[in-house]
Design a binder for this molecule. Structure first.
Ligand code: SF4
Length: 452
């Protein structure tokens, strides 16, 4: 993927210089644009309103569940290998937002991944997992009472599910997706299946059974989401789809993929519409085109219930939202090996403010030039900090954009303001982290974590 300047940036206060070319995601990978979903959300998060969540895959089911107040879940994971930074905060904010919208929320500390891929010791995984990630997650507003936080390595049910999912994935496929060569360790490969299991776990009967689940992630995680959707589909006994007969009239076809004897008949017995039952499939007729989507959903529910009755999983294909990446404060990508390029939620507030004051801006060479030509907020990392994290009101953000473009705003004053906002955000967040310790201590499941 290549860098490019957003051509809409001249008129778009939410447009920034993209680190990668997002248009190829829609054209080449079939990711849907999130802006089509935003209008259907009553109170969208600022990441949604501002186009920071740029795309999605299969979010329609989650949207419908939110609108009809039916069950859905949200889950995402954090690899404990470094400090929690603003990129991790974005995922946490998205989990918390969906939890507040009624989703059953899951947050995973991917210690098996960290241990097998980065060689981080179990002790460090635990310490980093708790002290960096879990405390910040709870401090940002994760509802511990109703949500689930876990480490992969201590979750037996998760590891059992990963093993089961492994029966539907093979070495060549995983190697092709992740670029594994022959010297990749086996545990690294297993950790991929554990992450697939993380995504599907919220649909197990222990958590109320199959339901739409959304995974908020950065766009780089799409191959992983596609693999999990493929595996979830392979775990199903049937496929339900719309087809056209020779007169171009639509009907619903239920095709067996892998089911024991008698399961197809059990499905057929529960369908009241006119149908024809064959050895490996059922065709359902007499459905008006205008009611097709509703009927497909109803038949999917019947099929799913029968699958569960016969020991299947009945998984929904997991959905994902994809957010854009922030630029590094020094320009280019954020990198854990360049501390000046990112802000950690656990570093001293003064240090974070200092980094903001030194960040790359979209300012002109001189103040005089800036007044005459205006700044380039779409290329400015300070503007990004304000838009992603520091200013909640859209109207205020638009003002800043216009003040910058018109040359009314100088970078010196602007950076100072952003640095002050960052300072108070980090300070407040660190106070909240102290309160988070007390919250975790009150919970039987979590209290031993805060003693590490
Ligand atoms: Fe960035 Fe602010 Fe300078 Fe505009 S005035 S380029 S938003 S630092």
């Amino acid at each position: 993927m290549k860098g490019r300047v957003n051509s809409a940036a001249e008129i778009d206060p939410w447009g920034v210089t993209d680190v990668i070319d997002y248009s190829s995601l829609f054209e080449d990978f079939g990711i849907s644009r999130f802006q089509d979903a935003v209008n259907q959300i009553a109170h969208p998060h600022q990441y949604m309103r501002r186009g920071i969540i740029v795309g999605h895959r299969g979010y329609e089911d989650v949207l419908r569940a939110m609108q009809t107040k039916s069950k859905f879940a949200v889950m995402s994971g954090f690899m404990p290998s470094g400090r929690i930074h603003l990129g991790g905060k974005m995922v946490m904010d998205e989990i918390i937002w969906h939890q507040r919208m009624g989703g059953d929320a899951f947050a995973c500390i991917a210690d098996m991944e960290s241990h097998s891929v980065r060689g981080v010791s179990w002790k460090d995984c635990k310490e980093i997992g708790v002290n960096e990630y879990i405390l910040s997650l709870v401090a940002l507003g994760f509802d511990v009472e109703h949500g689930h936080i876990y480490f992969q390595s201590t979750n037996k049910q998760l590891r059992d599910l990963a093993f089961e999912l492994g029966t539907e994935a093979n070495y060549s496929e995983i190697s092709a997706i992740y670029g594994f060569s022959g010297d990749v360790n086996i545990s690294h490969m297993i950790s991929v299946l554990v992450q697939n299991a993380d995504i599907l776990q919220p649909q197990l009967s222990e958590y109320g059974g199959p339901k739409p689940v959304v995974i908020p992630v950065g766009v780089d995680q799409d191959p992983h989401i596609r693999l999990t959707r493929d595996i979830a589909s392979r775990m199903r006994m049937f496929r339900v789809e719309q087809r056209l007969d020779k007169n171009q009239k639509p009907y619903i076809s239920i095709r067996e993929k892998q089911a024991d004897k008698g399961v197809l008949e059990a499905v057929a017995s529960k369908i009241e519409s006119p149908k024809r039952v064959y050895e490996m499939h059922i065709d359902v007729f007499g459905i008006e085109a205008s009611e097709m989507n509703q009927n497909i959903r109803e038949i999917e529910e019947i099929v799913r219930a029968v699958e569960l009755e016969y020991g299947g999983y009945g998984f929904f294909l997991p959905a994902a939202t994809y957010h854009r990446f922030m630029q590094g404060l020094t320009g280019g990508k954020m990198s854990s090996s360049i501390p000046e390029s990112y802000i950690s939620l656990t570093e001293p507030a003064e240090e974070a403010a200092r980094k903001v004051k030194q960040a790359k801006t979209g300012g002109r060479a001189t103040v005089e030039e800036q007044k005459r030509l205006g700044g380039l907020p779409e290329e400015c990392t300070v503007y990004e900090l304000l838009m992603f994290h520091l200013i909640e009101e859209d109207a205020r953000m638009k003002e800043i954009f216009e003040e910058c473009k018109s040359g009314k705003r100088t970078c010196k004053a602007c950076k100072l303001q952003a640095a002050e906002l960052m300072h108070s955000f980090i300070k407040r967040h660190q106070e909240e982290r102290e309160r988070a310790k007390a919250v975790l201590k009150e919970h039987e499941v979590y209290k031993e974590w805060v003693q590490v």
